[in-house]
Design a protein around this ligand. Structure first.
Ligand code: PLP
Length: 309
């Protein structure tokens, strides 16, 4: 007997208020769907812990923003929430978690422009296990290389049709950058603009920290991310962590950052919804901070991030 696919699919369907369950091991999409043929669509990837999606409103808000940028008419929030609940419920029935710590699931929302001439987009929720590699990298950290994205940092405003601030399905370039890094023995990438500004990772937001003693002997901790208007995707994880860090006494900063700022930092992370905080051990072969300080700051931020709903 074959075990059922570890992926649960729920299509959003006007005739099914809670969505329509579909078999992920069977064909479900038309080859003429413009999502498949052109990468014409948008998505979100979220983390569910113990059956509850984290930062769900921030993801739904960003999905709505991406939809607007692409002139896509996407299903309403209520439909998404019902389909997500149905997907998580079905996954729990088919694959009860072995232990609470193992109960992490990636929940992906996808909308495509549908087949040519379609009146409504194709939309679905996909629930799947979280990959081992990402979980491991939260602990071991990652080696990163800097790569030129080939655009200047103002192109987003000048050429909105590039859709730089939207989470589109067209990730072939991002995946090519990751393969390029892997061939060089690195784990991940930080893009910079052609005018030398730090941007983002192919699937993550860049964070850096500085720890300083102030004149009166108190420790000042500063958490910094690149300028949000430099043609990058606004990260929901970065947004939520900044709120928690501020409440815990951290100072916050928003670029502009140059590669030198990364190399001079006490710690650098790539942060995203499923892998969470991945500490950067080396950039282009140069160690960032010290292992002890990287670990101390990562432990502190991980604790803050774990408290986010
Ligand atoms: N930047 C890019 C290009 C991404 O693809 C992602 C997530 O996949 C992020 C940043 C991080 O976003 P979030 O924290 O919302 O997962």
């Amino acid at each position: 007997m074959t075990s059922p696919s570890p992926v649960v699919l729920v299509f959003l369907d006007p005739d099914a208020p809670d969505g329509r369950l579909a078999d992920a091991s069977q064909p479900q999409l038309m080859v003429t769907d413009q999502g498949a043929a052109r990468g014409d669509g948008i998505f979100e990837t979220m983390l569910a812990v113990d059956g509850k999606v984290r930062k769900i409103q921030a993801h739904l808000d960003r999905l709505a923003g991406s939809a607007e940028a692409l002139d896509l008419d996407v299903p309403g929030e209520d439909q998404w929430r019902r389909a997500i609940a149905a997907g998580l419920g079905q996954h729990h029935v088919q694959h009860p978690p072995a232990a609470p710590a193992a109960d992490e699931l990636a929940v992906k929302l996808v909308v495509t422009r549908g087949v040519d001439g379609a009146v409504a987009p194709t939309a679905w929720v996909q629930v799947s296990p979280v990959g081992e590699l990402g979980r491991r990298q939260r602990e071991t950290g990652i080696d990163v290389i800097l790569l030129d994205r080939g655009y200047d940092s103002e192109v987003g405003e000048r050429a909105p049709w590039l859709l730089l601030g939207a989470k589109t399905l067209s990730y072939a370039v991002n995946m090519a950058a990751l393969r390029h890094a892997h061939k060089q023995g690195a784990d991940d990438v930080i893009f910079h603009s052609s005018d030398g500004r730090v941007l983002e990772g192919p699937t993550s937001t860049v964070l850096l920290a500085h720890v300083e003693k102030s004149a009166d002997g108190t420790t000042v901790k500063r958490l910094i991310t690149p300028q949000l208007d430099s043609g990058i995707l606004p990260g929901t994880s970065q947004g939520a962590l900044f709120i928690a860090a501020k409440a815990a006494g951290w100072e916050l900063g928003y670029g502009p950052l140059e590669p030198r700022d990364l190399l001079d930092a006490d710690a650098v992370w790539l942060i995203s919804s499923v892998r969470l905080l991945a500490p950067v051990n080396r950039i282009d072969g140069q160690e960032i901070g010290t292992p002890a300080l990287r670990k101390e700051l990562s432990d502190e931020l991980n604790l803050l991030f774990a408290g986010i709903e």
